[in-house]
Design a protein around this ligand. Structure first.
Ligand SMILES: [Zn+2]
Length: 239
């Protein structure tokens, strides 16, 4: 009969068969050796990780005594105000909104339009630089927009008013001619849209009572007032 192979169980009293440490109790030498290799490999992997991966959070984010961030609508608004914001813009021209209205009731009859015409009177222009309205003598005339009354030499208009405006970034003048003598607002006055700047009369070279309305875009550059007004009027007429 062959001699039986010695086993751990066969020699339980052998002090070298198992290590005395509790957690390794029951592990054979071979399994312990394999476990040690695996542990070593794990340690190498951990060693190769970036430092931050094994760093505890509170070491990188120290809490400073006495500082506290309280987020409210007010603090958010304050911080937003302190941060310079780069404004993105499309390619557009900045323009200012200028309220404009008709100088008379827009239903007022027109007796003469802009452009070439037969001179209606001796000394009247054959090229008409404005349009003529016939609302009746003494009818109040309103500023088409806010502006300043300025002095411009224009012949034949009798008592007249020129108001300088800024419209769409341009200097525009509105001209009101043949007003009742003494009814015109003085040069230098600041007027608001709709202010009465004079009364319809027949001073100057006229064939009768009417308001001569002219528009200049830039000094003495008379344009047809009617299409310009139709394009720019934004407010209802209030007489
Ligand atoms: Zn006229």
């Amino acid at each position: 009969m062959p001699h039986p192979l010695p086993t751990a169980s066969a020699r339980p009293s052998d002090p070298h068969a198992h290590l005395p440490l509790g957690i390794f109790r029951g592990m054979s030498r071979r399994r312990l050796a394999v476990g040690t290799v695996l542990l070593s490999m794990a340690l190498v992997v951990i060693h190769d990780l970036p430092a931050s991966a094994t760093t505890v959070a509170h070491e990188t984010e120290p809490v400073v005594e006495g500082q506290q961030l309280v987020l409210t609508d007010a603090t958010l608004a304050e911080s937003a105000a302190k941060v310079p914001v780069a404004t993105e813009r499309d390619d557009f021209t900045l323009s200012y909104y200028t309220p404009i209205q008709w100088p008379l009731d827009p239903g007022t009859p027109i007796s003469s339009y802009f452009g070439n015409r037969a001179a209606p009177c001796a000394g009247c222009s054959s090229y008409h630089h404005g349009i003529d309205y016939t609302p009746g003598y003494g009818t109040p005339v309103h500023a088409i927009a806010g502006g300043v009354v300025v002095s411009r030499a224009i012949s034949g208009l009798g008592t007249f008013v020129v108001i300088q405006h800024q419209v769409d970034g341009q200097t525009v003048y509105s001209v009101y001619g043949h007003l009742v003598s003494g009814s015109a607002v003085p040069v230098g006055a600041t007027v608001s849209r709709g202010d009465v700047i004079g009364k319809v009369g027949n001073t100057g070279q006229t064939s009768g009572t009417h308001l001569h309305l002219a528009i200049m875009v830039g000094d003495y550059n008379f344009i047809d007032p009617l299409p310009w007004m139709r394009k720019h009027v934004t407010e209802a007429f209030t007489g």
